[in-house]
Design a protein around this ligand. Sequence first.
Ligand code: ZN
Length: 190
Amino acid sequence: MKEWVSVLRAADAAARWHVHQRRKGVAEEPYINHLLEVASLVTEAAGGTDPNLVIAALLHDAIEDQQVPREIIVREFGKHVADIVMEVTDDKKLPKEERKRKQIEPAPKKSRDAKLVKLADKTSNLRTIASSPAADWSVKRRLEYVGWAKDVVAGLRGTSPWLEQHSSSMKLRHGQSNRSIRLWQPSKPA
Ligand code: ZN
C-alpha cells in the first residue's frame, strides 16, 4: 500500500512541477500527459512490479525541464529514483548536436531502469510526432527526429521486447497525405 502512496505523490509532484509546460505539438497537450504516458508504458513493460521505476518515469523530465534540484528528488523519493532520473537527464549546457549524440553512444551502458524510461520516452515522443506534430516542424525535420530516435532505440535493444515492439511498429503520418510509413523495421520479423 505504501508504494501506491509514493507513486501518487510523484504524479502529484510532476503535475505541479510541470504545470506551465505544454507539449510542442499543435494540440499543446499539458506536459503531464507525456509523463503519465511514459509512466504507464514502463509500468506495463515491467509487469507492474516496480514502483520506483514508475516514480522515475513520472519525474524523468523534472531536472532537465524544470531544474528541480536532485536533492529534492533524493529527499522525497530516494536515491535510487534520483539516480535513474539523472541517467536520463541531458546536460542542457552542451550544444544541441552533442546532446543528441550523447543519447546514442552511451545508451547501451545505461542501467536497465534508465533504458526502460528512455525507450518509453522515445515511444511517447514518436507517438506525439505522428498524432500532433509541432506546427513549425517540416516533414524533413520530423523524419530527421525519427531517424535519430531510431538510433537511440537501437542502443537500448534487449531491455523490453514488449516496449521495443511498441516503438518499432509505430507509424508516422506525414503532411496531408494518408500515407503511413513505418518508422523502422523490428530487428526480427514479428
Ligand atoms: Zn520525456
